[in-house]
Ligand binder design. Structure first.
Ligand code: SF4
Length: 307
């Protein structure tokens, strides 16, 4: 199968259903378009059970839009509101999220559940082969933190010729699917920048995609693309947070552009020296920063609209 990445995950997990979409056998553009349509139709039909409160949230966006900072702010806001948060770091290159959350030590990467066999070998660790599990069933070595905030890392590309990041995405997608959340538990996923994670179907089992948008045409265009891809993958709720906004006027303009593209804006994060200073020091924003206050309102809005 070479570098082909089955959107259903069939290459890695025998229990994932092959839906006979034909994508892996497609040789022409026409066949690929038809196969993609079959996948979209299948996911739409099977996405109905993802209505309801936002519990599994993927934060996406163009590189540099502040996804990682937003995840740190969101995690703090959810905690303040009494939630227990599992943060999944799915950005295979950026090591900053762990530090922003205040963890010195990295947990064992999820990638290590895979055996060192030929490509396509099933995960070796027994806990990962369960069909369903709670956050508390994840072995402690894969987590940093305690009850109100846990951090899990899919893995990082550290060495030359280590291979592509598809298996990280497959594992994370599978884990998110298996996790059954208790009341007041939330999963936040920091995805890789851009749209590659959608090509890998990472967001397939999330119920909400939050797009970080900076004031630029490229970022707005990518937000539109992400919204389209999220819809195609069956995600019912797509929201945007304009970030690094320097003035009310620019904020209004970005919001209008997003509304034109039918992307609902949850709230705005403004240019904030405190956030930049903390970033330079490799720390998360202060709990007393404006950004944190704004994010708390954004999270309350997100919770309020889904209940
Ligand atoms: S037919 Fe579709 S679902 Fe089945 S293995 Fe090929 S790409 Fe995956």
């Amino acid at each position: 199968m070479g570098l082909f990445h089955c959107p259903m995950g069939c290459a890695y997990y025998e229990d994932e259903p092959c839906i006979d979409c034909g994508l892996c056998l497609a040789t022409t553009q026409e066949e690929m378009v038809l196969a993609s349509q079959r996948i979209r139709d299948y996911l739409r039909v099977h996405a109905e059970n993802r209505k309801g409160p936002s519990r599994k949230i993927a934060v996406c966006g163009k590189g540099g839009t502040g996804k990682t900072t937003a995840v740190a702010l969101m995690a703090a806001a959810f905690r303040e509101l009494g939630f227990s948060v599992l943060v999944i770091d799915l950005d295979e290159s950026n090591p900053g999220l762990r530090r922003m959350l205040g963890f010195g030590q990295a947990p064992k990467p999820l990638l290590t559940v895979m055996g060192k066999g030929p490509k396509g070998e099933k995960p070796k660790e027994a806990w990962f082969t369960r069909e369903e599990m709670g956050i508390r069933d994840i072995p402690g070595e894969f987590l940093q933190g305690g009850d109100s905030l846990r951090f899990l890392m899919a893995g990082k590309i550290e060495d030359p010729f280590q291979g592509c990041a598809c298996s990280l995405a497959d594992l994370a997608r599978d884990l998110v699917q298996k996790l059954v959340l208790r009341d007041k538990e939330i999963i936040l996923i920091d995805t890789e920048a851009g749209v590659e994670s959608f090509g890998r179907g990472v967001e397939r089992h999330v119920d909400t995609v939050v797009i970080m948008v900076e004031p630029s045409a490229e970022s707005i265009a990518l937000a539109e693309k992400i919204s389209y891809l999220a819809d195609g993958i069956g995600v019912k709720k797509v929201r945007a947070i304009p970030n690094k906004i320097p003035s009310e006027k620019i904020g209004q303009r970005v919001a209008e552009e997003l509304e034109k593209r039918k992307i609902r804006v949850l709230g705005t994060l403004w240019v904030d020296d405190q956030v930049s200073e903390a970033s330079l020091e490799g720390k998360g924003p202060s709990p007393h920063s404006n950004a944190q206050r704004c994010m708390k309102e954004i999270v309350q809005r997100l919770l309020g609209e889904s209940l």
